[in-house]
Design a protein around this ligand. Structure first.
Ligand code: ASP
Ligand code: MG
Length: 415
């Protein structure tokens, strides 16, 4: 007998028939003798619908009230699933986040889980019940309902699995696992049987939207066995997210995947004096305005001046430009220019640690297609480049081919 946490996303509970299908899948695991905790998202589109309603009243909805509102989406699906389970003759009970007591901080709309009281769930499991928990929501110490940020049900699932020391956390979604890249761009993209936590973290932060990044961090920290599977297929093991030290397979590819994102914009501050403190003068106020900066490059220019380029989320582009225009005189900049039609493409793989020439292969491949690289950043296990957005799909396709990701045999060659 195992204790399994299963999280189902919005498309898996989008209508009554699909909720019945989820109930049947849960029943199958129950029949095998397992204990099952189910975490649900709202029906697909529901959270967006609720946010849109709020925005009809307030352009920037009050965060406390917004959480009160959007948390209702999950309350609908948990109740319906509990009914569907009972209809199949199973014992089941649904709980909101505050009923379980998923205690969070009070950062409305992006709260962090502080503590989970798992006793009640355990009692239910011991009594033979399936426990159905609302994803995405918690409660602060004053009893206010909070939510965990978009995609937060993944994190609820993983956090419950950690608290209950579950044998496995299964994330059911509308794709059957984690792919080498987005199959809509590269039809030959291949499902990975395994991916390491570190790679998955990079994939999630660099634009692959399969899992909320916080859920991956959580799983890594508490060593939760995490698997991504399709809720629309009967069979299949999906993608297991592994710890590197466990993954001793010789077939380990050098590059596991290609992530990309179109959400960034590039800003260049030209001709600032090349003196100590200039980076702080520019980026200090940006950070104070709560704007996240991603890539940064500084180039020494002529006459003791320097050019400073960085990227921010496209949503924050206008705000950042306004802020810098106001600072322009103070920081002594000649000009501030921006570009919103850029994209970032990243290759990811733990195998990079022990192989040379990965970056040069990447640059050569892009050069052969005449794709200009505007910025580069690297870490131990990823290389990211910023290019013009219009070349994004081409870049992803040629890189997928260059690293032979469709065959997944890059790791078999020891050169
Ligand atoms: N329903 C929430 C959202 O759409 C949480 C989730 O589905 O994970 O973001
Ligand atoms: Mg999701």
């Amino acid at each position: 007998m195992a204790l399994i946490v299963q999280k189902y996303g919005g498309t898996s509970v989008a209508n009554i028939q699909r909720i019945r299908n989820v109930a049947e899948r849960v029943a199958k695991f129950k029949m095998l003798g397992h204990q099952v905790v189910v975490v649900l998202s709202a029906m697909s589109g529901e959270t967006n619908r609720l946010i849109a309603l709020a925005r009809e009243i307030q352009a920037e909805p009050d965060p406390r009230e917004l959480d009160m509102l959007v948390s209702t989406g999950e309350q609908v699906t948990i109740a319906l699933l509990a009914m569907a389970l009972k209809d199949l003759g199973l014992k089941a009970r649904s709980y909101t986040g505050s009923q379980v007591r998923i205690l969070t901080d009070n950062a409305f709309t992006k709260a962090r889980i502080l503590q989970i009281d798992e006793n009640r769930i355990r009692e239910d499991l011991d009594a033979g019940r399936v426990v159905v928990v609302a994803g995405f929501q918690g409660v602060d110490e004053n009893g206010n309902i909070t939510t965990l940020g978009r995609g937060g049900s993944d994190t609820t699932g993983v956090a419950l699995a950690a608290a209950l020391k579950a044998d496995e956390c299964q994330i059911y979604t509308d794709v059957d696992g984690v792919y080498t890249t987005d199959p809509r761009i590269v039809p030959q993209a291949r499902r990975l049987d395994t991916i390491t936590f570190e790679e998955m973290l990079e994939m999630a932060s660099l634009g692959s939207k399969v899992l909320q990044i916080r859920s991956v961090e959580f799983a890594g920290k508490y060593k939760v066995k995490l698997r991504v599977l399709s809720s629309f297929e009967e069979e299949g093991d999906g993608t297991l997210i592994t710890f590197e030290e466990e993954d001793k397979s010789m077939e380990q590819a050098i590059i596991s995947g290609i992530a990309f994102n179109r959400d960034e914009a590039k800003i260049t501050v030209l001709g600032v004096p090349d003196t100590p403190g200039v980076a702080y003068q520019i980026l200090g106020p940006v950070a104070d305005a709560n704007i996240d900066v991603d890539m940064i490059i500084q180039n020494t220019g002529a006459n003791q001046t320097t050019d400073f380029t960085f990227t921010v989320n496209r949503n924050e582009y206008n705000r950042t430009m306004t802020l810098l225009e106001e600072l322009k005189v103070k920081i002594g900049a000649r000009e501030i220019i921006g570009d919103t039609s850029i994209a970032k493409v990243s290759i990811i793989g733990v195998g990079m640690r022990s192989h040379v020439g990965i970056a040069s292969t990447m640059f050569k491949t892009l050069a052969a297609e005449n794709i200009n690289i505007r910025m580069i950043s690297t870490s131990e296990i990823k290389i990211s480049v910023v290019i013009d957005e219009k070349y994004l799909e081409l870049a992803v396709r040629v890189l997928h081919k260059a690293f032979d990701l469709e065959n997944g045999k890059t790791g078999a060659k020891f050169d």
